[in-house]
Design a protein around this ligand. Structure first.
Ligand code: ASN
Length: 576
């Protein structure tokens, strides 16, 4: 997105603005942030939030909206607002999608997760990012579930809410909403996240830890992905990069026969037996310390063994807030011998929703499902078997530079790396040198890093038509939706420079042009049709353009081809 003609067609008029716009969809599901007091108790109220936000200058720039005729482009009923210009010179235009009824999150069920997922899927191509307003009580469950349900996610989905309604004098809601919007609209973080009290967390790592503090959430086993201080600082090295990419889809068939069983001293066999009933298909066993359960309770272990032999999947997660499940104690080994699989450092919320997701995958065998539970799918765990991450100071290249410049502290090393690497990575991408890219990746460098103009190695490879580099970068999970300073994504570059194979590959991996970009193509298609440029038309078709789109004079490309006697083009367009 970001291609709205901000003067709404009146080019050259004084209202024209050159600001780069990005678009965010805000899905309001309910929660305290939009609640109003009714008879002394808080409950959500439909439409109240947007009305209030319009009057808050930090969350809506009415002057800009009027000057650029925002309401003509986005009808009022669409509930569209615009933030003041950000420090990065961007305008985040955001549109509300409000659910009815709005819910206190304690009333939410997996069906509500599906509704959110389906809406993200429906509007995926229209927006640069998504913000989900949600009550804090069960937000950790929903955000975890969505992290698994969203397959091949390439854009930010950021959950937030508040502890005090946004309408009140002292509210954390305004800051939380603003931070979430700025991140969703400006940074291509391809993850389902949670933003709260100045921190951005990976969604499947959080848990609610405080009902009375603005710092309601913690991510005990993973530091925040970003923090909002004087500037918004993103820790790009921590951003999750999947090793596979494909078209974005939302998997909604969650298995509901799952549960959490918390061990406690003296738990009876009957309790365990009833819990592990025949209808149960998956259970997260919340154990002590590093994954321990009594190994002197044959009765208990027997019930567990019988259940796992029947095909019930049991996953071992610790009751501790921080730390991981290991097999260093005999008491932990007893569970693994009874068929319980290790959940390492997953939160119970992540483990439960992952189990629900994995169990629903019909095409996986029981063994594969178990293996998936102990495997890192979305950055939700650090599995024991994963190798230690290559440290920055291990890199000989950086060491030599550091030595030459006589520096040694971590921050300085990082600063050098961040200054040099984007240039090296882009040069390697230009030269088609995947070996160099692999070596650079081993220096703990994020291959999605952009140069001064916001151009990533994928932009460069797409421009150069270096198919093998594009393939390599996609296999390393680089983000395909980063926009450079001119608002262009790699797919648009590949279209402009006519690299058909690159366009095809990017499309296969889920890249798309925004609906606004595609709507603008009519005149270009007619121009290509008039000049008989078959290749140009074929590339636009591959990129997703509608071949029947009319030009500025309301003629279709096929009519133009006919009028210009371009028979080959006419045949192609008729068949398209
Ligand atoms: N009960 C509220 C909810 O979860 C709590 C909140 O949002 N702070 O919807």
């Amino acid at each position: 997105m970001g291609r709205r003609r901000v003067s709404c067609g009146h080019s050259g008029s004084p209202e024209t603005s050159t600001d780069v716009e990005t678009r965010v969809l805000v899905i309001n599901t309910g929660g305290t942030i939009g609640m109003v007091l009714h008879d002394g108790v808080l409950s959500p109220e439909y439409n109240a939030l947007v009305k209030t936000l319009r009057k808050l200058p930090i969350l809506h720039d009415e002057k800009y909206a009027e000057q650029t005729k925002l309401y003509e482009c986005y009808k009022p009923e669409e509930k569209t607002l615009v933030l003041p210009k950000s420090k990065l010179d961007k305008r985040v235009v955001y549109t509300f999608l409000e659910y009815s009824p709005l819910l206190d999150s304690s009333n939410m069920t997996p069906n509500d997760w599906t509704t959110i997922g389906k809406d993200i899927e429906k509007y995926y191509e229209d927006y640069d990012g998504f913000v989900v307003l949600h009550g804090t009580d069960t937000m950790a469950y929903t955000v975890s579930a969505l992290s698994f349900m969203c397959e091949n996610l390439g854009k930010p989905v950021i959950f937030t809410g508040s502890q005090i309604p946004i309408f009140e004098m002292r509210s954390d809601g305004r800051d939380n909403l603003l931070g979430a919007l700025l991140i969703a609209g400006q940074f291509a973080i391809p993850e389902v996240c949670l933003y709260f009290h100045h921190k951005l967390y990976r969604g499947n790592r959080v848990t609610k830890v405080d009902s009375g503090s603005f710092k309601a959430f913690a991510s005990p086993n993973l530091p925040p992905l970003a923090s909002s201080e004087v500037d918004i600082k993103i820790d790009w090295d921590s951003v999750w990069r999947p090793s596979t990419t494909g078209k974005f889809t939302v998997y909604t068939h969650m298995n509901h026969n799952v549960g959490l069983l918390r061990l406690f001293p003296g738990i009876t066999t009957d309790t365990v037996k009833v819990f592990l009933s025949a209808s149960m298909e998956g259970v997260i066993l919340e154990t002590y310390g590093s994954g321990n359960a009594p190994d002197n309770r044959a009765d208990l272990l027997d019930e567990i063994r019988k259940a796992t032999e029947r095909g019930l999947i049991m996953v071992n997660c610790t009751q501790c807030l921080r730390g991981t499940v290991t097999i260093s104690y005999a008491t932990g080994q007893a569970l693994s011998k009874a068929g319980v699989v290790a959940g390492f450092d997953m939160t119970p919320e992540a483990a439960l929703s992952k189990l629900s997701y994995v169990l629903a995958k019909q095409d996986l065998s029981l063994e594969e499902k178990k293996r998936n539970m102990s495997r890192n799918l979305r950055g939700e765990m650090v599995a024991d078997l994963e190798g230690a991450k290559f440290s920055l100071s291990d890199s000989r290249f950086i060491q030599i530079i550091a030595k030459t410049l006589s520096i040694g502290c971590k921050e300085e090393l990082e600063a050098i790396r961040d200054a040099i690497m984007p240039i090296l990575v882009c040069a390697a991408a230009k030269n088609g040198d995947t070996e160099a890219l692999e070596a650079i990746r081993n220096m703990a460098t994020d291959l999605s890093k952009a140069d001064y103009d916001g151009r990533t190695p994928l932009h460069i490879a797409a421009c150069e038509g270096n198919l093998n580099v594009v393939e390599y970068l996609l296999s390393k999970g680089v983000t395909i939706f980063t926009k450079d300073r001119f608002g262009d994504k790699p797919l648009r570059n590949a279209v402009q420079l006519r690299h058909k194979d690159v366009v095809e590959l990017l499309r296969k991996h889920g890249a798309h042009l925004s609906r606004a970009e595609l709507q603008d193509t009519g005149t270009e298609l007619c121009r290509l049709a008039a000049s008989g440029d078959l290749e140009g038309l074929q590339i636009w078709k591959l990129a997703g353009a509608d071949m029947a789109m009319t030009g500025y004079d309301k003629k279709t490309p096929v009519e133009v081809a006919k009028a210009n006697e371009r028979k080959e083009v006419e045949d192609f367009l008729n068949a398209a």
